[in-house]
Design a protein around this ligand. Structure first.
Ligand code: MG
Length: 258
C-alpha cells in the first residue's frame, strides 16, 4: 500500500477543490425538492463546478456519466442521474459531489431529506452524520485506521443500524481514489498507523436494515439487499499534527448546509 502524504502547503491547495465540492453540494441540496429530476440536479452541478473554475471529478471516471451520484432511499451510492427519476416528498437522496481544482480532487457527500420524511428515516440521517463526525474525530496521528472504522461503527451499532462493508472511504489527492481504503468498521488500535499528511475521504454508508448490498444491472447503482433505506455522508479530511482538519468545507462552515 502506497499512501501519498501531503505537505501543509499541498493541503492548503487541496482546500480549493474541497471548498468547491462542498459549495456545489450545498447548492444541489437546496434543489432537492419534490418534482425535480436527478438529471436536472446533475446539470446544475456540472454548470456550477465549471463556472467556478473546477472540473467535475466524477464525469467520465471509470465511465461514470454524471457529475454527481444521486442515490435515493434504498440506493446506497453511485446512482446515475436520470431524466426519469423524479424526487418526491418523503424521499431521502444521497448526493455525492467531486470537484477537481488545480489538479487536486475534492470529494463530499450528504444525504438530504426531500420535504418531510418519516421519523425513523430522519433518525437514520442524524445517526449517519454522527457516524461521519465520529470517524473524523478519530483521524489523528497516533491512532490507526481501525480507530476510524471503530468510531463509525460504534455510533451506528448503538442506534441499531447496519454498516455497509462492501464500500469504503479512501485516500484522496491528485487522484480521487488513493490508498488507503478507509473501512467504516474495524477494531481499535489495529491497521495502518495514521500520520500527519494523510488526506482521507471518510464516508460512512449506514442502513436501516441489512448491511448487505447489491449492484444493479447498470453496473453502478448499489442498493440495500432488503430494500430498506440507506444514508451516506462524506467529507475530505487532512490529518495534521494538530488533529483532523476539514479540507472540504467552505470557510466558516462545518456543515454543507446551515
Ligand atoms: Mg469518496
Amino acid at each position: 500500500m502506497a499512501v501519498i502524504k501531503k505537505t501543509l502547503a499541498e493541503i492548503e491547495e487541496m482546500k480549493e477543490a474541497g471548498r468547491l465540492s462542498a459549495a456545489v453540494l450545498r447548492e444541489v441540496g437546496k434543489r432537492c425538492v419534490p418534482g425535480v429530476t436527478t438529471l436536472e440536479l446533475d446539470e446544475f452541478a456540472e454548470d456550477y463546478i465549471r463556472s467556478h473554475g473546477g472540473i467535475p471529478t466524477f464525469k467520465g471516471y471509470g465511465g461514470f456519466p454524471g457529475s454527481i451520484c444521486a442515490s435515493i432511499n434504498e440506493q446506497i451510492v453511485h446512482g446515475i442521474p436520470s431524466s426519469t427519476v423524479r424526487l418526491k416528498e418523503g424521499d431521502i437522496i444521497s448526493i455525492d459531489t467531486g470537484a477537481t481544482v488545480n489538479g487536486w480532487a475534492g470529494d463530499n457527500a450528504w444525504t438530504f431529506a426531500v420535504g418531510k420524511v418519516a421519523p425513523d428515516v430522519k433518525r437514520l440521517l442524524d445517526v449517519t452524520e454522527k457516524c461521519m463526525w465520529a470517524g473524523i474525530s478519530a483521524a489523528r496521528p497516533g491512532n490507526r485506521l481501525g480507530d476510524i472504522g471503530h468510531a463509525v461503527q460504534s455510533v451506528a451499532r448503538k442506534a441499531g443500524f447496519g454498516v455497509v462493508r462492501d464500500y469504503t472511504g479512501h485516500g484522496i489527492g491528485r487522484n480521487m481514489h488513493e490508498d488507503p481504503a478507509v473501512p467504516n468498521f474495524g477494531l481499535k488500535h489495529t491497521g495502518l498507523k495514521l500520520e500527519a499528511g494523510m488526506v482521507l475521504a471518510i464516508e460512512p454508508m449506514i442502513t436501516m436494515g441489512t448491511h448487505r448490498t447489491h449492484v444493479m444491472r447498470d453496473g453502478w447503482l448499489v442498493v440495500t439487499q432488503d430494500g430498506k433505506p440507506a444514508a451516506h455522508f462524506e467529507k475530505t479530511v487532512a490529518i495534521t499534527s494538530d488533529g483532523p482538519v476539514l479540507v472540504s468545507n467552505e470557510p466558516g462552515r462545518d456543515r454543507p448546509i446551515d
